[in-house]
Write a protein that binds this ligand. Structure first.
Ligand code: MOS
Length: 718
């Protein structure tokens, strides 16, 4: 079993994250945040701050740093701080103080006096919903069987119906590494050290924001302390540090405090989802309607694709209607968070399916398998590879599902229940390029700009590189997190292994061709011979063989390299692609205190070929824990003022070890080479999908109480 290569560096403190970089003459920045949710900054008195000890610069919308809105290929025109006086949420960056030390910058920031022209703020989801009834829906989808006029008719004609409304809370990514950056100018090149999900994308954003050529910005992020979608965009500290370094002619470090991360980055929106299921008395789904509303900031920049991510694809049904509406509020920006769409969407859909199973008196696994789809409803393209049934069957055996009774069981003062849910996450990949360099020392460098936010990409580069070159993994040096390397795009959407892995395989073929051309070239040891490559060696028909390092030394070359690129293509016209899983959990609810405690959980996943068992298990496990966290712990409380009531790690609960006593992960292994040559499908995000519903379903099984919102608290079970 391969341990991740960066693990020892991380746990011994040797891994240098963005803010760990220090330079002579470095100055420190502190971000000032708004204390109203809506209005305009009328004035900022910076006199006291400017004359405070060590202060080098105080930047505000009245005296801004030079930043323009970059146009990101992924996110369109991006907001940058200090360029206007509009305040649209509490905790919005409105100032930046730079000083000789961090403490001086922070002290001076406290001296900035802000006056606002306040406007009424809309911060409550409830109030926003009332106002948003007529909001446009994001791409409604309706599929109806012949002769059916409307989804209402299909639902009305169904013998068994479930209708329910579910809610999920706002969540913050709360990555261990707060958003931070160090910016350094050297000989006309700006280097930015900042944890991010794609170094080349970050370099492009910074170049755009500062009006520089792309070539004069280099972004480095060899280590990223968690991202989860929350570091897909270039962060406020990165923009501010880069612009301040330019303005002051000194290296600048900027880091958000933990509390600032909660507002000055982005969150997962809260959702409200109405689900209607119509089924035959044997459980066959006839109609499914999923209407969803999510909170969004006032610029309406993000829609959480709950119904699109679940009901659109998960079950075979003849009649389907999904819609997604937004509720604009004066709240911090919303964005992708681990399994955007599927995570909150699956809480609603998989709770509703459980409700249908109860109504029908059918086992919830049986009901799911009865409606197993061979293609997304309304689409002709069948799943390339789907072993969800095996996930459920294997899971049921490993978990002891047969011992579950419809009314749960008791164990002393504890009510014990089991719950189950489906997990799905689309198998995607993005364009990626990888360069392989074979060296005269017999080693190979496998390099891409892509980032490893803890997901294991660095180790994947080594493993797939070693396999593709047929040499021991110890002879591979993987490199990533540097915008100067060939573009690996963004580490997001559970795409890293499929995207970069495919490019590694192509790069290996290319570099082997280049090596063979060198070997048989005039004056080379195999001049004119037919040569082939095997296990790191060049072979000739007459039996002669040379290690590639030896060969390169013989021809006086230090290395030979080639770039391989891969992108999604023709396969998209032939199949639908997804990873699948079955989530199981057991929850104990105390008869008297009503506390709910997870006691066991199991996830069985069909994610194609597993490249690195240990890292894959860790990814799945982390996701499952996140699902439990969403179900029982996490949720940001937004006060009417727009201030977060629990925007820190004291008030924003996440599970600790004692909350997760027993967790098991299992993979069914069916390489999906219809999706990509490596055969791997995504497994980063699917771990979290469905788990919150499995917890809620287990609580229902234990107590008979159906809670239709998360997080579920003691008050819900009284
Ligand atoms: Mo993904 S939302 O970038 O974890």
């Amino acid at each position: 079993m391969t341990s991740r290569l960066d693990g020892p560096l991380k746990v011994t403190g040797q891994a240098k994250y963005g803010a760990d970089n220090n330079f002579p003459g470095m100055a420190y920045g502190y971000v000032v945040l708004s204390t109203i949710a809506h209005g305009e900054v009328e004035a900022m008195d910076v006199t006291a701050a400017k004359s405070a000890p060590g202060v080098l610069g105080v930047y505000t919308p009245f005296d801004p740093l030079d930043l323009r809105k970059p146009s990101s290929p992924l996110f369109g025109e991006m907001w940058v701080p200090l360029q206007d006086r509009e305040v649209t949420y509490y905790g919005q960056p409105i100032g930046f103080v730079v000083a000789e030390t961090f403490e001086q910058a922070r002290d001076a920031a406290m001296l900035v006096e802000v006056s606002y022209r306040t406007r009424p703020a809309l911060t409550s989801f409830e109030d926003g919903l009332a106002a948003a009834e007529d909001a446009p829906s994001n791409e409604d989808i309706t599929v109806l069987e012949d002769g059916v006029e409307s989804i209402e008719d299909a639902l009305g004609a169904s013998p068994v119906r479930i209708e329910a409304t579910y809610r999920t809370a706002t969540q913050n990514h709360a990555a261990m590494e707060p958003h931070s950056a160090v910016a350094v100018w050297d000989a006309g090149v700006l280097t930015i050290y900042s944890g991010n999900q794609g170094s080349d994308l970050q370099a492009a954003d910074i170049a755009g924001a500062l009006g520089l050529d792309r070539a004069s910005v280099r972004a480095l992020n060899p280590f990223v302390g968690g991202a989860f979608g929350g570091k897909a965009r270039t962060s406020t500290p990165a923009f501010l540090a880069a612009a301040a370094a330019k303005a002051l002619g000194r290296p600048v470090k900027a880091a958000l405090t933990r509390e600032q991360v909660f507002t000055a980055t982005a969150t997962r929106p809260a959702t409200l989802q109405k689900i209607s299921l119509g089924a035959d008395s044997d459980g066959t789904l006839i109609a499914l309607r999923h209407e969803s509303w999510c909170t969004t900031p006032t610029d309406r920049s993000f829609v959480e694709p709950t119904s699109h991510g679940t009901s659109r694809e998960w079950y075979a049904t003849q009649n389907l209607a999904v819609s997604q509406k937004i509720v604009p509020l004066n709240i911090p920006p919303t964005t992708f968070m681990r399994a955007p769409g599927e995570a909150p969407g699956s809480f609603a859909l998989e709770s509703a399916i459980d409700e249908l199973a109860v109504e029908l008196g059918v086992d919830p696994i049986e009901l799911r398998l009865r409606n197993n789809s061979i293609a997304p409803p309304g689409k002709d393209l069948q799943w390339s590879s789907k072993h969800l049934d095996e996930c459920f069957q294997t899971g049921a055996e490993r978990f002891g599902w047969a011992d579950r009774s419809p009314g749960g069981r008791t164990d002393g003062d504890w009510l014990v229940g089991m719950g189950v849910a489906t997990a799905m996450f689309p198998a995607l990949r993005f364009p990626a390029s990888v360069e392989i360099t074979l060296g005269a020392d017999g080693t190979a460098v496998v390099a891409t700009s892509g980032s490893d936010p803890g997901t294991g990409l660095l180790t994947v580069l080594s493993l797939v590189g070693a396999e593709s070159l047929a040499i021991p993994v110890e002879r591979i040096t993987p490199r990533l997190g540097d915008s100067a390397l060939p573009s690996g795009g963004m580490s997001g959407g559970s795409t890293g292994t499929a995207s970069a892995g495919s490019a590694v395989m192509i790069a290996a073929t290319e570099v082997i061709d280049a090596l063979l051309a060198v070997a048989s070239s005039p004056g080379a040891p195999f001049e004119g011979a037919e040569v082939s490559y095997e296990d790191g060696r060049v072979l000739a028909g007459d039996g002669r063989a040379m290690e590639f390092g030896e060969l390169l030394r013989a021809v006086g070359r230090s290395s030979v390299s080639a770039i391989g690129s891969s992108a999604p293509g023709e396969e998209l016209t032939k199949h639908s692609f997804s990873s699948f899983g079955a989530q199981f959990c057991e929850v104990r609810v105390h008869k008297w205190t009503r506390e709910a405690r997870l006691s066991r959980m199991l996830g069985v996943f069909d994610c194609g070929r597993i490249i690195n068992e240990k890292a894959a298990r860790s990814q799945a496990l982390g996701g499952m824990i996140w699902g439990v966290s969403a179900a029982l712990h996490e949720g940001l409380e937004i006060e009417d003022s727009g201030r977060l009531a629990n925007g820190d790690l004291a008030g924003y609960l996440v599970p600790v070890n004692a909350d997760i006593p027993d967790a098991d992960v299992h993979f069914v292994r069916y390489p999906d080479t219809l999706h990509n040559a490596v055969g791997a499908k995504g497994l980063g995000e699917i771990g979290t999908v469905g788990m919150a519903a499995a917890v809620a379903n287990a609580i229902y099984n234990a107590t008979g109480t159906r809670v239709r919102h998360i997080p579920i608290t003691i008050e819900d079970l009284l």
